[in-house]
Design a binder for this molecule. Sequence first.
Ligand code: ASP
Length: 294
Amino acid sequence: MSRPITIALHGGAGNLVRYRGTGRLEEAEAFLSTLIDDLYVMLEGGSAALDVVTHACVRMEDSALFHAGRGSSPNTKGYVECDASIMCGRTRAAGAVASVRSVKNPILAARTVMEQTDHVLFVGTEAELLAEHHGLAVVDANYFQPCDTAAIATEVPSAHRGTVGAVALDLNGILAAATTTGGTLRKTAGRVGDTPIIGAGTYAANRVGAVSCTGVGEYFIRTAAAHTIVSRMQLLGETVGVAAGTAMSDIEALGGNGGIIAIDDRGNVAMPYNTTGMYRAVRTSRGERLVASL
Ligand code: ASP
């Protein structure tokens, strides 16, 4: 019997019903539909989970369809600050960047931190210099095309979000997770959410699971959401569905909202959210394929 492979993506959870009839949901779903199949082909061809989640995030960052990479919107002081993280389940190596303003693909900077330094998290200017030093593309403020200017103008801060993330299980049974964001809408300058915090927004451990979160990051940090899900699976023997659902309920009980994508080492998937929608896509070697937003 061939080994299971799975790829799951999210493009952020939030008040997505407001986009009904605008074409935005269809546009994002069409993009995710192409992307999920491309990523699945990569996995089928033997690509490493780490490369697949990296590629997934780069494509979503570049699309300007989500609040990450190019689509990031400005903070309260009028400039974009991006956060990202990545983790390898096999080695539990991890890398992250926070509050970067000039890195075209923050997820590549996070991977650079993981692979080229002895550290896990770099912030601000030094993270930008590190990325530049390793040949990553830099951009100026004109590069960004905030993905939803109407929401920026009208919605309360943190009501609209669009962090993106990916989790994958490859043919060698290796798990990986990655998450990248422009943060919550109109976030306070300098504020950092869960996305670059290993164990909060992102976590992966081989033989257990991989998780990427989206939502009001403060709640995901306070509940150590991504690590808690993996720990519940490992220590309590919970299924990925029960573990992710419990984490979501815990966040809701504290007053938070958002969504989670999580997979286990056999390729089972859970994608709970407690907002009106979450851009999401999944494809597994069992023949499951889903692309949805509401
Ligand atoms: N979790 C991200 C943050 O708090 C935002 C999001 O997921 O949309 O920065």
